[in-house]
Ligand binder design. Structure first.
Ligand code: GAR
Length: 195
């Protein structure tokens, strides 16, 4: 069974979707660890409920990114983790993890990248008044949501779209798409643009 770690900062609904996919037999993987950079985030409760080990840290308690990523890396090696899955982790990945897990770190983002990278992609799409937005799963590099795109799915905007309604539609797509793409990656397939 391939071992994965999920990095998350907040609610953790995508973490939950991955756990559910494993539970339902749709994803053959072991979620061996949750890494969270915000003590108090709801995703930690989700890990506790599912008996998934977690590592919670506060970046300000470390000298720099290299120091906390080295600590995380030691844990990942100890647990023989093969893939890093970012799910609402609101922090750039540094060289320590990028070099150790080159080509094996993926992220989900709530827009059709390269449109609306960074924070509040849903708000950015509403502000721009576009007719379509969506979800992207991509490999992670040193940039902000700049890595090679693996899969995208379109979400149509309606005329009176609100932040809440758009957020709900996007998350529904995310919860289907991410487990499917992670499954495909663990199966050794690289391209998923047509799924
Ligand atoms: C998700 O919509 C994810 O795409 C987004 O944060 C949300 C986390 O939700 N990620 C980013 O914006 C990354 N730039 P969740 O905590 O319920 O999974």
């Amino acid at each position: 069974m391939k071992k994965i770690v999920v990095f998350a900062s907040g609610n953790g609904s995508n973490f939950q979707a991955l756990l559910d996919a494993v539970h339902n037999g749709n994803l053959q993987a072991e979620v061996s660890l949750l890494v969270c950079d915000r003590p108090g985030a709801f995703v930690i409760d989700r890990a506790k409920n599912a008996a998934v080990p977690f590592f919670v840290f506060q970046p300000k308690e470390f000298l720099d990114k290299e120091e906390y990523e080295s600590q995380i890396l030691a844990l990942l090696k100890e647990k023989k983790i093969e893939w890093i899955i970012l799910a609402g982790y609101m922090r750039l990945i540094g060289q320590t993890l990028l070099q150790a897990y080159e080509g094996r770190i993926v992220n989900i983002h709530p827009s059709l990248l390269p449109a609306f990278p960074g924070k509040d992609a849903v708000g950015q799409a509403l502000e721009a008044g576009v007719e379509q937005t969506g979800v992207t799963v991509h490999y992670v590099d040193a940039g902000m949501d700049t890595g090679e795109i693996i899969a995208q799915e379109v979400v149509e905007m309606i005329p009176d779209e609100t932040s809440d309604s758009l957020q709900a539609k996007i998350q529904k797509v995310e919860h289907q798409l991410y487990p499917r793409v992670v499954k495909m990656l663990l199966d050794g397939k690289k391209e998923a643009t047509s799924i």
